[in-house]
Design a protein around this ligand. Structure first.
Ligand code: ZN
Length: 431
């Protein structure tokens, strides 16, 4: 496509003061936990921002297994209270007054070797593992540790922060209304006090209620030059977050950039080969439920029109962006050439990382990538996602602007990609 239009688009994005204002407006809505009043208000606001582009907007409704937190408590055997945050969807403990008194087995990081080594000692105990920086090669996801604890017969799952001064790290248990074990997060000093006891034991109590949730997703559709051409590039970001703070990095940053891209590209769509679909998913923090259900309910022919998913999740708090290319080797030249050409080169990480909505597109064979900040940079501000420190002061305006330029260039090239290039994106890595 026309390079002058790319320059126009990037110029518009660079000058867009609405990007920073939108980011702050999202943070003003609070943590946006799916199902909360905070999320509902942010959703209405976001829909109005998408509507301002002049395109067709609506809310797409899909069900998900939702859960409302009740009281949660963690204490040493002598009753000393500890820091405690239930994981989303945690199974409840029996409603006795003090909860369960459980022996604790410390499995360190919680890797498969530790679970195998201590398999005989785990049944009936609370398993203690550590949270780890999520954006590293070889990262072991919280839900894999939870699943291992459950499979080994643990009575409960405790995941501790390793960040001095950090809060417990929120996240999903992935239970989704099924069976499971009580699961909660705690902080570094609390974990130290647990294991310092002669016989590590805790009182543990988690209450909560399952209910049928409605993942209402703001959508925008902007056709390309041919209004009847069905092909769509899907630009996505999840709007929901966690109740501990402002969910600023994760994912106020991605949503603000997505809205800015929609605003900037809308006037240029008459020059685009493919149409654009913008999806502001919710219930992403619930083990990626919202986008999974949306894709699962779509007719296969409809899904076949989705040519690429460009997913923006946590694109601030570090200056370096990485493209997680979900096993699609064919996306790598697209990313490296496009970003190098605008002087903002982005590296690729090929193995599938099922840590955001792009993974659900990839599962249907749709080429999908996530742009993320702070990959392999565990001391970046990104380490505070899912904690009480996920606030707007972690993100610099220049980081958001640079993410908008990178994502804008990728989006524009994707919107103009010819048949051969589109077909090439789907090439998987050689085994
Ligand atoms: Zn996220």
């Amino acid at each position: 496509m026309d390079d002058r239009l790319l320059a126009t688009l990037l110029g518009t994005l660079a000058a867009d003061r609405g990007l920073w204002d939108d980011f702050n407006a999202l943070c003003d809505h609070g943590g946006r936990l799916a199902g909360s009043a905070s999320e509902a208000a942010a959703r209405d606001w976001a829909l109005s921002r998408l509507a301002a582009t002049g395109g067709r907007c609506w809310l797409e409704h899909v069900p998900y297994a939702a859960w409302r937190a009740g009281a949660c408590a963690l204490a040493l055997a002598d009753g000393t209270p500890l820091a405690c945050q239930p994981l989303l969807g945690s199974a409840a403990t029996p409603t006795t007054e003090a909860g369960l008194l459980l022996e604790v087995i410390d499995l360190g990081r919680g890797d498969p070797e530790a679970f195998a080594l201590h398999a005989a000692e785990i049944p009936g105990k609370a398993v203690l593992v550590r949270h780890e920086y999520p954006f590293m090669a070889g990262h072991l996801h919280r839900r894999r540790k939870y699943d291992a604890a459950r499979a080994a017969g643990a009575a409960a799952f405790i995941i501790a922060s390793t960040e001095p001064g950090g809060s417990p790290t929120s996240g999903s248990s992935g239970r989704a209304g099924g069976s499971g074990i009580p699961a909660l997060a705690t902080d570094l000093p609390s974990a130290a006090r647990i294991i310092a006891q002669d016989t590590p034991r805790v009182w543990l109590s988690v209450q909560g209620e399952d209910y049928p949730g409605d993942a209402a997703t703001p959508m925008l559709d902007l056709p390309g030059a041919d209004p009847d051409a069905p092909g769509r590039i899907v630009l996505s970001a999840h709007l929901d977050g966690h109740p501990l703070a402002e969910s600023a990095m994760d994912n106020g940053s991605g949503v603000a950039v997505t809205i800015a891209l929609a605003r900037a590209v809308a006037p240029l769509m008459a020059h685009a080969r493919h149409g654009l679909r913008v999806a502001l998913f919710t219930a992403e923090e619930w083990a990626l439920s919202g986008s999974r259900e949306w894709l699962a309910r779509m007719a296969p022919a409809q899904r076949g029109h989705l040519l690429l998913n460009l997913n923006l999740d946590t694109v601030g708090a570090d200056a370096r962006l990485t493209a997680l290319t979900s096993g699609f080797a064919g996306l790598e030249p697209f990313v490296t050439q496009t970003t190098r050409a605008i002087g903002l080169p982005v590296a690729c990480h090929r193995p599938l990382m099922a840590n955001s909505d792009h993974a659900n597109f990839a599962a249907h064979g749709i080429p999908a990538l996530r742009l993320v900040a702070g990959f392999d940079r565990p001391r970046s501000g990104v380490r505070h996602i899912l904690t009480a420190q996920d606030t707007r002061d972690q993100v610099a305006p220049a980081e958001l602007k640079s993410a908008a330029l990178v994502a804008g260039a990728l989006l524009w090239r994707a919107l103009g990609a010819g048949e051969a290039e589109v077909a090439g994106w789907g090439r998987r890595a050689q085994a």
